[in-house]
Structures are given as structure tokens and as C-alpha cells.
Design a protein around this ligand. Structure first.
Ligand code: DLL
Length: 432
């Protein structure tokens, strides 16, 4: 069994994990108080000192950090150690304004790659595997994160980065890649390309580790079929390291959070009240042993559910469900809350590929929603009557799911641009 399945931690009694978390939290709060004046000022404003924090039960006393804080403290204001101890930065573009820049010490990188190594092992990886990493390398955390975890497990690692699909397929076939790491939208595209090139019998993939964007169970099903693999979800964000904050095991029913490094809470995004386990709300994380860029009660804006139940893999780490979308991804159309993931679920259920675009606009002071989706080649070659019948059916299914009318436009196969990284599904013209 790999060194990166660590049952003494991953399968420990939850009370034991809580004890570890409490000890680390107390130390971390002291570290931040002493080293991050920005967060210290927030604690002072809330009337909290390190003496008030005795364990996880006191977490709620601490102030939150949000994207707005990152912007305000940019670039160095949240660094948690002298600059000479930082050995790496990673960054993310974010949707608006300044980039997020995260700092890592050697120890932080070691912790991060332990997390991604656990994810690879949980997906069935060991030193016999050939891991093809087609997440972007560079400032994005996907490439570096999976690359270093793959090294730790001892897999032969192909640092492909994103793009150049032809070359990806050539390496996949020639080197016998067994584990694929990329965004789910790129995995779907690779599946399509493999089918077209007639390579299905020549690939040896057995598993995929897909994350960095929301994807539905229907999409998992499609990717598993087209690539002949088991598709595992992986979650993370730059502010907290990158991929590997949580990962799926063989049960494929939610992602175990690496609780010896991260404490998760779910809050009501409006009232900031901590919600009981099983509630839908915003995910908040505290990184309890990260030194270079310590994040306490960081509001991720990802909406999801936490549940701790017995898992057949033996791990006791709490699980997070698939993020249902980000609170800032949520579209408000004619006053109704719409998540792109709801639209995707309907499309896939109706047998369409995950190639679609959502266009929101405002015409005569009223919001409009249009869903453009590619036809399957079979439908494309059908008569116009059939196409308009399918359109009507889709409008009906979307209305049932969303409660509002969405115009549907079926477009030719391959007419929607494929993504090599995170897919851009929504064009909100109201913001342009
Ligand atoms: O996307 C880190 C990552 C790389 C995760 C590779 C998994 C695989 P950021 O660019 O900072 O970091 O974006 C973080 O992406 O807050 C979520 O909204 C979204 N996200 C990440 N993983 C998932 C997932 C990386 N499995 C933001 N499902 C997060 C849904 C995800 N959304």
C-alpha cells in the first residue's frame, strides 16, 4: 500500500482528527497574530486575541477573510513569513480586478503535494502508473499541484500542460498513460477526439482526476463512457494551496477533505451564521498549517454540503458534495436564481454533449436567457421538423428545472469553441 494512503490519519476517529485540528489551530492563530498585521487588525476589531482560541470550538469567534481582503492586502499584505522563506508563488486570474497571489514555503509545498498524492492514490494510483497532467502549468495551480503529487507517489509523470490535443493523444497512446489529470471539460473534448481518431482501443487509461470547475454527475457518466475510465473529482483553490484540498475515493460519492490540514465550515452567505452539517451554504476553510499564506476562515463563495458518514473506503475525513456553483456564478434572471450547473444537468440528461453556451442579456428592461447547445451528428442530419421538436422538448425540460423560459438554439456540431482549461459557459451581456 502506498505511503500516501495514511490510514492512521485518513481513517482516524473523528475525535482524534478534531484534537489534531484544535492543536494546529491554536498554533496557527498565534502565528498569524504575530506575523500578519492585516489579520491581527481584523481580530482586534472583533475583540479576539489568541488567548480566546482554545480549539475548533472557538473557530466561530475569528473574523472571516474574503476575496475583498485579498484585493486590499495585495500583493504582500497576507504573507505569513519573511520573504526569504518563500520559495514559490502561484496565482489565479479571478473574474474581476487584481490577481490572487499565494505564497508557499518549502514546507507548504510539501504539505500541498502530500494532499495531491493522497488524491492520486485514492484514484487507484501507484508507482506503476503513467500520469498525464494536462492542467495548465505556470501560475495556475493545476499543473504544479498534480505534477508534484504524482512525483511523490512515484508515478511516471507527463508534464503536458494544457492544449495541443494532437500531441496529448500521441503521448497518451505511445507512453500508455493510465491516469489523466485535466479539467472535466477538456476530458470530454479528449474523449471526443479519441473517438474521432479511432484511438479508443489504443489507450490504456484507467482513471481520471478532474476538477477546477463545476461538473455534473451526468458529465461524469459521459466521460467515464467515452474514455473507458473511472472519473474522480478533485477540489481546491489557489488561496488554500490548489488542487487536493479535497479528493474523491473509489466510492465516487463526494470528496474527502484533508482535515488534518483544512477545517471546513458551511455558512449562510447572507447572515454569515455557521450552519449545521448537511445544510447547503457557502464553504469556508481554515488552513491550519500553511505558513507562507495563512488563510483563516476564508470564504470560498462555493456553495455545497458537508456530510460525515461511514465511507466504504475506510476514510473518516468529512466529505463535501460537488459544489453546486459559486455564489458569484449564480445568475439572477428575472429575479430567479439560476446556476449554470442546473442547465448542464438538463442538457446531458436529454442526451446532448456538454458543449453549450449560456447567453444572458437584457432587452427592453427584461432579462433574457438563451441556451445554445450543439446537436449530436445524428440530429444534425435529421429534418428540420425533428430539430424544432427537440428544441421544444428542451425548452420544456429547462422550464421545469429553472422555473423560467429559456430560448434554446440548437447549433451545428463542433461550432462551440472547446476549452483546454476551465470552460467559459456563460456570457452575461448585462455586465459588458
Ligand atoms: O481551480 C485549483 C484546482 C486545480 C482544483 C485543478 C482542481 C483541479 P482556482 O483557479 O483558484 O484553483 O479556482 C478555484 O475553482 O473556488 C471552485 O469554484 C472551482 N473548483 C475547483 N475545483 C472544483 C471542483 C483551482 N472539483 C475555484 N468542482 C473554486 C467544482 C471547482 N468547482
Amino acid at each position: 500500500m502506498s505511503k500516501y494512503f495514511q490510514p492512521e490519519i485518513e481513517c482516524a476517529d473523528p475525535a482524534e482528527i478534531r484534537k489534531i485540528q484544535s492543536e494546529k489551530l491554536v498554533k496557527q492563530v498565534r502565528h498569524v497574530w504575530d506575523n500578519v498585521p492585516y489579520y491581527r487588525a481584523k481580530m482586534e476589531a472583533k475583540g479576539v486575541t489568541p488567548e480566546d482560541i482554545h480549539g475548533v470550538e472557538d473557530l466561530h469567534k475569528l473574523p472571516f477573510l474574503s476575496k475583498a481582503d485579498l484585493k486590499e492586502a495585495y500583493p504582500y499584505g497576507l504573507m505569513g513569513c519573511p520573504r526569504k522563506d518563500v520559495v514559490r508563488i502561484q496565482s489565479t486570474s479571478g473574474t474581476t480586478g487584481k490577481r490572487v497571489i499565494a505564497f508557499y514555503t518549502k514546507e507548504d509545498l510539501d504539505m500541498w503535494s502530500d494532499c495531491t498524492a493522497r488524491a492520486i492514490v485514492a484514484a487507484g494510483g501507484d508507482e506503476n502508473d503513467v500520469v498525464q497532467v494536462c492542467y495548465g502549468y505556470g501560475l495556475f495551480t493545476g499543473g504544479a499541484g498534480l505534477n508534484d503529487g504524482s512525483h511523490k507517489v512515484g508515478c511516471m509523470t507527463l508534464p503536458m500542460s494544457s492544449g495541443n490535443t494532437e500531441r496529448q493523444l500521441q503521448f497518451m497512446v505511445d507512453l500508455g498513460a493510465t491516469i489523466l489529470c485535466c479539467t472535466p471539460s477538456y476530458a470530454a473534448y479528449l474523449g471526443e477526439s479519441i473517438k474521432e481518431a479511432g484511438l479508443r482501443d489504443r489507450i490504456q487509461l484507467k482513471a481520471g482526476i478532474f476538477g477546477a470547475e463545476a461538473w455534473s454527475e451526468e458529465m461524469r457518466h459521459d466521460i467515464q463512457n467515452s474514455l473507458g475510465i473511472k472519473a474522480y473529482d478533485i477540489y481546491g483553490l489557489t488561496e488554500l494551496t490548489g488542487p487536493g484540498v479535497a479528493f474523491e475515493c473509489e466510492e465516487q460519492s463526494g470528496m474527502h477533505i484533508n482535515e488534518d490540514h483544512f477545517i471546513a465550515e458551511i455558512i449562510d452567505p447572507d447572515t454569515e451564521e455557521v450552519l449545521p452539517e448537511g445544510s447547503v451554504g457557502e464553504l469556508v476553510f481554515t488552513a491550519i498549517d500553511k505558513v507562507g499564506f495563512p488563510m483563516i476562515r476564508y470564504r470560498t463563495r462555493d456553495i455545497c454540503v458537508l456530510h460525515r458518514e461511514k465511507c466504504s473506503c475506510g476514510r473518516t475525513f468529512i466529505k463535501m458534495g460537488k459544489p453546486m456553483g459559486r455564489s458569484d456564478d449564480m445568475l439572477i434572471i428575472k429575479g430567479v436564481n439560476v446556476f449554470p450547473s442546473q442547465i448542464e444537468a438538463v442538457l446531458l440528461e436529454e442526451g446532448f454533449p456538454a458543449n453549450y453556451q449560456i447567453i444572458v442579456d437584457r432587452v427592453n428592461n427584461s432579462d433574457t436567457l438563451e441556451v445554445q447547445v450543439e446537436m449530436t451528428p445524428e440530429l444534425f442530419s435529421d429534418n428540420l421538423g425533428k430539430i424544432s421538436e427537440v428544441e421544444k422538448q428542451l425548452i420544456g425540460s429547462l422550464k421545469t428545472m429553472l422555473g423560467i423560459y429559456a430560448k434554446v438554439r440548437l447549433v451545428a456540431p463542433k461550432s462551440i469553441t472547446r476549452s483546454e482549461g476551465k470552460a467559459v459557459r456563460v456570457i452575461d451581456k448585462r455586465k459588458i
